[in-house]
Design a protein around this ligand. Structure first.
Ligand SMILES: [Zn+2]
Length: 295
């Protein structure tokens, strides 16, 4: 279990309790790398390391720090990011992967170029945790606006189904769920199960009477949700302060909107997709119901 980063008071009206705030998502240790100068290991680099460090362990530790950021090798002045190798510290030593081995860890073009969605019951994803990044998806051609708009409408209507895909924005594949907002589609990152820190263990004894009163409190305290009530006041204040310091009047923030024009033969594409899914379902059912034969 993690250590609390800070303590806070959790309140719902007059109901209050104190909580410790802990890290929930962490990068997996296995994929955490440090950038290492390609020259590390030759005489020149060794000499610089010895000067900077002490024994081999100390030198390795120094190397870990010195050869990382800012991206400029103290021995050869190399600052080309692409030429750096990737290493991990193992028992005080720096283990460096070859460029070929590291390339195996990068997302394939298949994963970088396709968002291949799979459908799941939303209820099955109740325990998943959102990880971080969110990206808008924009139709590339006008001919695809109709498909796009249909997906937006589908997501709004069928909230009991959630679409998930593995996809890589840059080189690291991540897990995403499809969402919709303001008439547009977006993908939202979901936490990988191995990146979720163990949750705090809490003894759960809930009395029916207390839960009933809490439900009454919840009902009584519901207010209409206006997203603008939650706008970033710090950003607004920062813009105001900067504008005032520059002797200007700050401009009003605006929401982006996407125009959708219907076109293309979506209906027949939907018909084909539907037939394909049904055909696959029949095959799976046939496999599942086949009687087992013991060898
Ligand atoms: Zn170097």
């Amino acid at each position: 279990m993690g250590r609390s980063i800070r303590n806070a008071k959790l309140t719902l009206g007059l109901l209050a309790m104190s909580v410790g705030v802990e890290t929930c998502i962490r990068e997996s240790e296995e994929t955490k790398f440090k950038l290492v100068c390609v020259g590390l290991g030759d005489k020149k680099h060794e000499a610089v390391l010895t000067r900077m460090g002490g024994g081999p362990t100390r030198a390795a530790a120094t190397a870990v720090n010195a050869y990382v950021a800012p991206l400029r090798c103290p021995a050869c002045d190399n600052g080309e990011r692409a030429t750096f190798l990737h290493g991990q510290e193992v028992d005080g030593n720096l283990v460096v992967l070859s460029a070929e081995d590291y390339a195996k860890l990068e997302a394939s073009n298949e994963v970088k170029e396709n968002i291949a969605l799979t459908a799941h019951h939303t209820a099955d994803l109740a325990e998943t945790i959102m990880a971080g990044k969110v990206y808008w998806l924009k139709p590339r051609t006008t001919a695809e606006h109709k498909t796009y708009a249909t997906l937006v409408a589908l997501l709004k209507q069928k909230t009991d189904v959630t679409y998930v895909a593995e996809f890589a924005i840059k080189t690291v594949p991540a897990l995403y769920a499809l969402g919709t907002s303001q008439g547009a589609l977006f993908i939202r990152e979901l936490a990988r199960p191995e990146c979720i820190q163990p949750p705090p263990i809490v003894e759960t004894t809930v009395s029916d009477k207390d839960l009933k009163m809490a439900a009454m409190l919840a009902d009584a305290s519901v207010e209409p949700f206006n997203v603008l009530d939650y706008h970033d006041k710090r950003a607004a204040l920062a813009a105001e302060l900067i504008a005032a310091s520059a002797g200007q009047v700050p401009s009003e923030p605006s929401f982006a909107s996407i125009l959708l024009a219907p076109s293309g033969d979506l209906t027949s594409a939907l018909e084909l997709a539907l037939k394909d899914v049904e055909a696959r379902k029949i095959k799976t059912t046939a496999r599942a119901t086949k009687p087992k034969v013991d060898a």
